[in-house]
Write a protein that binds this ligand. Structure first.
Ligand code: HEC
Length: 156
């Protein structure tokens, strides 16, 4: 079918679903308002936000490239439960500066903890909220490595 192949061509060209949807509605002769509604994307799932804004450095599987970029496996789960650890995880520049809303940063941090650090995550872990993230990220760490060492030193 013609419409179908046009949409497929759009998708193959990497135009993405919103554009393909717009195309479907446009081709089908719907008014633009309907197309806009149809194409309005729900917030991206955190797995996608992670790949877009974090995976470049921390890698798709969260393993990072230690020592420069820390792994997100196991350690963030431990840090979260330590005094000062919860805000530290949000205040690292890569997270705090990320071009995403407070809600998205909360979701992506919950996602990385539950995905890569589930082995160490506290049983009573409370997911980050947007309001909490908003407060933490205002105070970006100038020296994250020093802060990290300080948090971990208090554990022993
Ligand atoms: C430009 C590379 C880069 C990007 C992009 C990046 N990070 Fe990072 N991240 C780092 C580095 C480097 C560190 C180590 C602390 C530092 O020097 O900032 C780090 C540390 C962290 C830590 C603390 C881990 C620990 O064990 O101390 C968390 C949590 C984190 N990043 C989350 C994220 C999230 C969430 C995103 C995406 C929204 C993200 N980062 C994007 C480079 C990056």
């Amino acid at each position: 079918m013609k419409v179908h192949s046009q949409v497929e061509a759009l998708l193959r060209s990497g135009a993405g679903w919103s554009l393909a949807l717009l195309a479907v509605t446009a081709i089908a002769g719907e008014p633009p308002a309907a197309a806009t509604v149809a194409a309005a994307p729900a917030a991206d799932p955190p797995s996608i936000t992670y790949l877009l804004y974090c995976g470049g450095c921390h890698l798709r599987d969260g393993s990072g490239t230690p020592p420069e970029v820390p792994t997100l496996h196991s350690q963030p789960g431990i840090i979260e439960a330590m005094p000062g650890g919860r805000d530290y995880l949000i205040r690292v520049p890569g997270a705090a500066h990320a071009p995403m809303t407070d809600m998205e940063l909360a979701s992506v941090t919950n996602y990385l903890l539950e995905t890569f650090s589930s082995d160490t995550l506290a049983e009573d872990f409370q997911p980050y909220t947007a309001a909490e993230v908003a407060a933490y990220r205002r105070n970006i760490l100038a020296d994250p490595l020093a802060r990290r060492a300080e948090i971990l030193s208090k554990a022993r």
